[in-house]
Design a protein. Sequence first.
Length: 105
Amino acid sequence: MDFRELEEKLVAFRDARGWGKYHTPKNLAVSAAVELGELLEHFQWESDGEILESVKDPAKKEAISDEIADVVIYLTLLAHELGIDIGEAVERKLGKNGEKYPLRT
Ligand SMILES: [Mg+2]
């Protein structure tokens, strides 16, 4: 699924439930941050090694992937509300990063 397909699917899902009225830019940005906090709860007090070990448990891996999905969902809906094409935004930013951090030979 590419970014545009994802956006269309998410907007259709929320519009079918009448949730669009709640999806203001501020509410979506706050929700993305809340979901990122839920993701971080899985890592609180854990070392990188412990985190990598924990995702060998399929249930733990699914719980973490659910939170990553929640963050992506809210950011995708935020971009939709602001008229931002995520694919273009990522490509443009990657280009800027490449100029800022050129390869050293
Ligand atoms: Mg969540």
